[in-house]
Ligand binder design. Structure first.
Ligand code: UTP
Length: 271
């Protein structure tokens, strides 16, 4: 079945970016001249997505205003667009799993994508588009290897077997301790999911950090639909952290003809 819908969970508080995120949504932080959510939007479009479901909250209205303003850039000559935007509220930040559950009635009963805009993936091919091409009914997550000392920041796969860029998981654990982690293959914010996940999320107890964890729902579904890790190409920046956002800005600037001399000058004179 064609994947037409993406959920953008933008209901998080973004506390690592206080104070700026007290007034500006984290997803509206810019890489030069474009907010993070716009990069995610373009990646989704390149992957064939047409319907965008934002799970939003108090203080995030600028995201809606932004898409109202840029939509004209995506219209055809007749002033029509094939893209459709929906906004649902997550009234309390109860976790990523809870945010995805908020989109249940709009997704209905079809497989769908989830993208966390603070995971910025720099590559000429759309990561979510590549995942959609390979989706076959098994829940799919984007994965990358991380330094072992960092495993407690991620959902970590326990690997059953590997086939090219696909890793089949026998288990998955959200933020395991360094001692208990079964691998250093970590989930980053791209998912293609069966709508069956809503039944699981509805009945899920809070997990790590007292939040409804998407990873816990994926674990429960392994016996029925399985779990595949997609080893994506490109560079991922954790733009939910200050260092990650800075690295992303520098990377994009270094690739830009007008901006790269500034990076070079800074490097020569300040470092
Ligand atoms: P994070 O774990 O980065 O949390 O969320 P956060 O609140 O955004 O940021 P910090 O840790 O306080 O700095 C990962 C993704 O899940 C979404 C976030 O918006 C982000 O895209 N999320 C998280 C929700 O939509 N709702 C939640 O309740 C929690």
């Amino acid at each position: 079945m064609k994947i037409r819908k993406v959920v953008f969970p933008v209901g998080g508080l973004g506390t690592r970016f206080h104070p700026i995120t007290r007034a500006i949504p984290k997803e509206m932080l810019g890489i030069i001249d474009k907010p993070l959510i716009h990069y995610a939007f373009e990646e989704a479009i390149a992957g064939g997505i047409e319907q965008f479901i934002f799970v939003t909250r108090q203080g995030k209205n600028s995201i809606e205003d932004y898409f109202d303003n840029i939509l004209a850039d995506y219209e055809n000559k007749e002033g029509k667009t094939k893209y459709c935007f929906c906004y649902v509220r997550q009234n309390e930040p109860k976790g990523l799993g809870h945010a995805v559950l908020c989109a249940k009635d709009i997704i209905n009963n079809e497989p769908f994508a989830v993208m966390c805009a603070d995971d910025f993936i720099y590559h000429k091919k759309s990561c979510i588009g590549e995942m959609i091409k390979q989706y076959n009914g098994t829940n799919m997550v984007a994965v990358m290897t991380v330094p072992h000392k960092d495993v407690s920041k991620y959902g970590i796969l326990d690997i059953k077997n590997e086939d090219g860029n696909i890793v089949n998981a026998k288990s998955v654990d959200e933020k395991p301790s360094v001692e208990s982690a079964k691998s250093n293959l970590a989930i980053v914010g791209r998912y293609v999911l069966s709508a069956d996940i809503f039944k699981i999320l509805e009945n899920l107890e809070p997990g790590v950090k007292g939040e409804i964890q998407l990873t816990d729902a994926l674990l429960k579904m392994i016996p029925s639909v399985g779990l595949a890790g997609f080893k994506f190409e490109g560079i991922r920046f954790d733009c939910g952290s200050k260092s990650g956002l800075l690295a992303a800005i520098l990377h994009v600037a270094a690739e830009d003809k007008e901006l790269s001399p500034i990076i070079e000058h800074f490097y020569k004179t300040k470092l």
